[in-house]
Design a protein around this ligand. Structure first.
Ligand SMILES: Nc1ncnc2c1ncn2[C@@H]1O[C@H](COP(=O)(O)OP(=O)(O)O)[C@@H](O)[C@H]1O
Ligand SMILES: [Mg+2]
Length: 262
């Protein structure tokens, strides 16, 4: 399978981006893939998740601003095969730095990652919600986007917003960026949620994963334990669903099937 860089993104918060990034990364690592999780969210939740938040050590900020080599900043997690490029408190400085940069600012992340891109089977990026320069950098570097979406009244509108954003990204910075899939998150078996989920699965804006991520309290509880779901509660629905997602992604990448059909 080709080495794959996936930006986990959506244009609002609270939809399960970080939960998806962390757990998918850990499950892919457990399957034997070499995985790097890049924390591009100013809140650094993915870094905190693995208990690796440390302002004294090099982070994504120093790397993107050219102060640190990327290899200095990447740290192992306690999970075999899973490394993290951590976030830090001064994250907002990246945005200012990118604003001042006159040449190729959209490719800053891609260029700083050159030495490590080939070391990993999967590079997963946990993106910030708003359409800022950091997110553009992630999309300029990624092969695919994965779009976690809550099945609600706003969902289809959200996908249309993302479609417009992706048109601009493809025209401007990354013509080969593709959509891996829309992922229904925090799903519940109520009539309402089912109807919105069917609408998401039936839309033809983007392919949609067959896997649904059910609402599961173990996923929230795992955060406090600083453990991904496969280590925190292996028999939970959350672990079952994220494992099914990992399998579906591998199948799509191996089969080249990103159409979401059949
Ligand atoms: N499948 C789920 N079941 C229950 N709670 C979830 C699930 N997915 C995410 N959450 C919770 O929802 C909140 C937002 O999730 P998070 O992954 O941080 O979203 P984002 O990164 O998009 O802002 C967190 O408190 C998280 O624990
Ligand atoms: Mg987040």
């Amino acid at each position: 399978m080709r080495k794959t860089k996936i930006a986990i993104t959506y244009e609002k918060g609270g939809v399960g981006k970080t939960t998806t990034a962390v757990n998918l990364a850990a499950i892919l690592a457990e399957k034997g893939f070499r995985v790097l999780l890049v924390d591009l969210d100013p809140q650094s939740y993915a870094t905190a998740y693995f208990d690796l938040y440390n302002d004294l050590l090099p982070s994504i900020t120093g790397v993107m601003m050219g102060k640190n080599d990327v290899k200095e900043a990447i740290r192992p997690t306690r999970i075999e095969n899973l490394d993290i490029l951590p976030g830090s408190y001064d994250f907002k400085d990246i945005e200012t730095y990118l604003m001042m940069k006159t040449r190729r600012q959209e490719y800053t992340l891609r260029e700083t990652m050159t030495d490590v891109s080939d070391l990993y089977d999967f590079i997963l990026m946990d993106c910030p919600p708003s359409g800022n320069r950091i997110k553009t950098n992630a999309l300029a570097y990624a092969d695919y986007v994965l779009l976690p979406t809550i099945p609600d009244d706003y969902a289809i509108h959200g996908l249309l917003c993302m479609a417009n954003e992706l048109v601009e990204i493809r025209q401007g910075v990354n013509p080969s960026l593709d959509v891996l899939g829309v992922l229904v998150t925090i799903y519940e078996r109520t009539a309402n949620k089912r109807a919105y989920t069917e609408a998401l699965q039936g839309q033809d804006i983007f392919p949609c994963f067959h896997t649904l991520i059910r609402k599961n309290s173990a996923l929230s509880a795992a955060i406090n334990a600083h453990k991904p779901i496969n280590l925190y509660a292996r028999r939970s629905n959350g672990c079952t669903d994220y494992t099914a997602l990992a399998d579906e992604i591998i199948q799509r990448l191996e089969g080249g099937d990103t159409s979401g059909e059949n």
